[in-house]
Ligand binder design. Structure first.
Ligand SMILES: *[C@@H]1O[C@H](CO)[C@@H](O)[C@H](O)[C@H]1NC(C)=O
Ligand SMILES: *[C@@H]1O[C@H](CO)[C@@H](O)[C@H](O)[C@H]1NC(C)=O
Ligand SMILES: *[C@@H]1O[C@H](CO)[C@@H](O)[C@H](O)[C@H]1NC(C)=O
Ligand SMILES: *[C@@H]1O[C@H](CO)[C@@H](O)[C@H](O)[C@H]1NC(C)=O
Ligand SMILES: *[C@@H]1O[C@H](CO)[C@@H](O)[C@H](O)[C@H]1NC(C)=O
Ligand SMILES: *[C@@H]1O[C@H](CO)[C@@H](O)[C@H](O)[C@H]1NC(C)=O
Ligand SMILES: *[C@@H]1O[C@H](CO)[C@@H](O)[C@H](O)[C@H]1NC(C)=O
Ligand SMILES: *[C@@H]1O[C@H](CO)[C@@H](O)[C@H](O)[C@H]1NC(C)=O
Ligand SMILES: *[C@@H]1O[C@H](CO)[C@@H](O)[C@H](O)[C@H]1NC(C)=O
Length: 497
């Protein structure tokens, strides 16, 4: 018995020696004061490579490239036509049919939403080995990657409108600005290659979304952009991708089709990276938040529509609402080393996500400054000694009346069902925070930037985020935020950090 045990443990030792060391043995000890107890590699810095070949030949087999299915749009190079629309639309308003109620009523929790696990053990019999009970789409039914309701269709069609503008926009900036223009903004040929790659990603996303919609999938439209230089182009991109991403987070978990949600999540993960990259190209912190927020579809459509000038005849129309624009008069300008010094209305136009003006005097700009804390040239991350905004900052607003024609062929009309605005609603991270609105004149007023935190140490208001004026301070959370819509009087976007 004893001999056997000895033999067995000897065997195990033998195996342990042959196998890679267990993970914990390869972990390094904790350390403090940047005083690592282990040698760093490479250290010291050796001779830096100057010749790059010939390479080692690695084992390889001749492999043909298997072409993927065609994309709905080929790679665009060169300028496309742009500008405002001046004709008369042949049809007007959001697509609509029989409307059976005036608002969505609030209901108690779903009676089946009762699961709670106090002991960490499985609470139900398992359907198969290693398979815990539950989940949706886990019982072996064949996936169907198609929209499964009007809600799904309208949401994915909105997403497709977004993918199409991005495909055009990223290419357009590369086409209208020179290599030198980009260099002057601190962006190299390699950075332009990233933007060109992003445009190609969009043609893939547009193809995917078109396939999940079917033959009524909207086609590419013609657009009207607000920027006149590279910094404004990048600023516009980081705002546009912000609501593109957040628009999807807002509806993805409400989709009827889990299969569509799956593929959409895999494309929006890419969009999230694009947003981060554009922030970095603008010399902003890549992600000064702990959570990315979700917004309702009508919010995304409100931000997007004003930049679409016309769509081809018979383009599938959307059911979402266009809210009147909220103008943030003292929108912090990320091109200034002192955002406090931002002038009133220092944005290029009056549409909801128009970028901040970059053509400010050089001595007030942070773009070419080479001082930590004050530079906003492209970087992996920047510290701003003077933050773009801070809790307590007074924010001045003006807002439009409803009834304005926006969107493709000016064929949608802004509307609101809200009464007089009483609150500013700050939508960021996991939170909806209201602050009282002080109305100072017709369609004019101010509020104070809140100091709410998500969890301790994480200020809720930061990054590129969303502000609405509302007539009530209804308590809402990320999964029922769209109930805010009948209370929205005007909608804007805020550059908090
Ligand atoms: C499988 O699950 C789906 C929901 O994901 C459900 O609609 C369907 O009825 C289930 N099928 C069977 C055979 O249990
Ligand atoms: C929008 O304008 C374009 C270009 O003028 C035109 O071809 C198209 O038919 C118009 N669509 C609508 C819905 O009016
Ligand atoms: C638009 O739809 C109408 C009605 O279905 C059709 O007659 C017309 O040919 C379509 N136009 C285009 C450009 O597809
Ligand atoms: C920025 O300043 C540092 C330190 O003075 C210097 O080493 C670096 O070359 C400067 N960079 C540029 C782009 O001027
Ligand atoms: C950058 O900001 C962080 C966090 O606010 C701070 O801890 C750090 O000291 C700053 N670094 C520089 C170089 O300013
Ligand atoms: C910006 O304004 C705030 C509020 O008046 C002030 O506390 C802060 O010090 C200012 N920032 C700088 C760098 O002066
Ligand atoms: C946003 O985050 C950055 C980086 O952590 C921080 O320096 C800045 O003060 C924050 N802004 C606000 C408004 O909290
Ligand atoms: C922000 O959201 C978190 C997570 O849902 C919540 O715990 C917290 O109370 C919210 N904070 C505010 C100020 O609403
Ligand atoms: C929204 O959801 C929260 C729970 O997360 C609930 O307390 C609140 O009453 C809901 N609001 C409405 C208007 O249904």
């Amino acid at each position: 018995m004893l001999a056997k045990q000895v033999l067995l443990s000897a065997c195990l030792t033998g195996i342990a020696l042959a196998a890679p060391a267990p993970l914990q043995e390869r972990q390094v000890a904790g350390y403090t004061n940047a005083d690592a107890t282990f040698a760093q590699t490479p250290s010291p810095l050796g001779k830096i490579a100057t010749t790059f070949g010939p390479d080692s030949q690695v084992p390889a087999d001749p492999t043909p490239i298997v072409p993927g299915p065609p994309r709905r749009s080929s790679d665009v190079t060169g300028a496309t036509s742009h500008g405002p629309y001046s004709g008369t639309p042949t049809t007007t308003g959001a697509v609509s049919n029989t409307v059976t109620g005036s608002t969505i009523p609030a209901l108690p929790p779903n009676p089946t939403a009762t699961y709670y696990n106090p002991n960490g053990l499985l609470q139900h019999a398992q359907p198969a080995p290693y398979v815990p009970f539950g989940g949706l789409g886990t019982n072996g039914t064949q996936p169907r990657y198609m929209v499964n309701s009007d809600f799904d269709f309208e949401s994915i069609a909105l997403g497709l409108y977004q993918e199409w503008i991005e495909l055009d926009l990223f290419n357009n900036g590369l086409a209208v600005f020179s290599a030198q223009d980009f260099l002057d903004a601190g962006l190299t040929a390699e950075d332009r290659a990233v933007i060109a790659f992003m445009a190609q990603q969009e043609s893939g996303h547009a193809t995917l979304l078109s396939n999940m919609l079917g033959e009524a999938a909207p086609p590419q439209c013609t657009y009207d952009y607000p920027f006149t230089n590279v910094r404004e182009f990048i600023d516009f991109n980081q705002k546009l991708t912000r609501f593109g991403e957040s628009g999807v987070w807002g509806f993805i978990n409400h989709l009827d089709s889990r299969e569509v949600g799956q593929l959409l999540a895999q494309s929006i993960a890419t969009e999230a990276r694009q947003q981060m990259t554009f922030r970095q190209m603008l010399g902003l912190h890549p992600y000064p938040v702990w959570f990315e927020t979700g917004i309702p579809q009508s919010w995304a459509w409100t931000y997007l529509a004003p930049y679409i000038s016309s769509c081809p005849e018979n383009t599938t129309r959307l059911a979402w609402q266009n809210f009147p624009a909220l103008h943030i008069l003292n929108q912090p300008n990320p091109n200034r080393f002192s955002p406090n010094d931002t002038k009133m209305n220092e944005v290029v136009g009056s549409r909801p996500i128009d970028p901040s003006k970059a053509d400010i005097p050089e001595e007030e700009s942070c773009v070419h400054v080479n001082v930590t804390g004050y530079s906003c040239g492209p970087a992996i991350s920047r510290n701003r000694s003077e933050p773009l905004s801070f809790p307590g900052k007074r924010i001045f607003f003006s807002w439009d009346d409803p009834g304005q024609k926006v969107g493709p062929n000016n064929s949608y009309v802004t509307s609101t069902e809200a009464g007089e605005p009483k609150f500013a609603a700050w939508v960021s991270q996991l939170n909806l925070t209201y602050t009282p609105l002080t109305v100072t004149g017709k369609n004019e007023g101010w509020t104070t930037q809140p100091g709410a935190e998500v969890y301790e140490g994480d200020p809720a208001v930061n990054g590129t985020m969303f502000v609405a004026l509302t007539d009530s301070d209804l308590f809402l959370t990320p999964f029922n935020l769209s109930i805010i819509n009948p209370h929205v009087r005007a909608l804007g976007m805020y550059q908090a950090g």
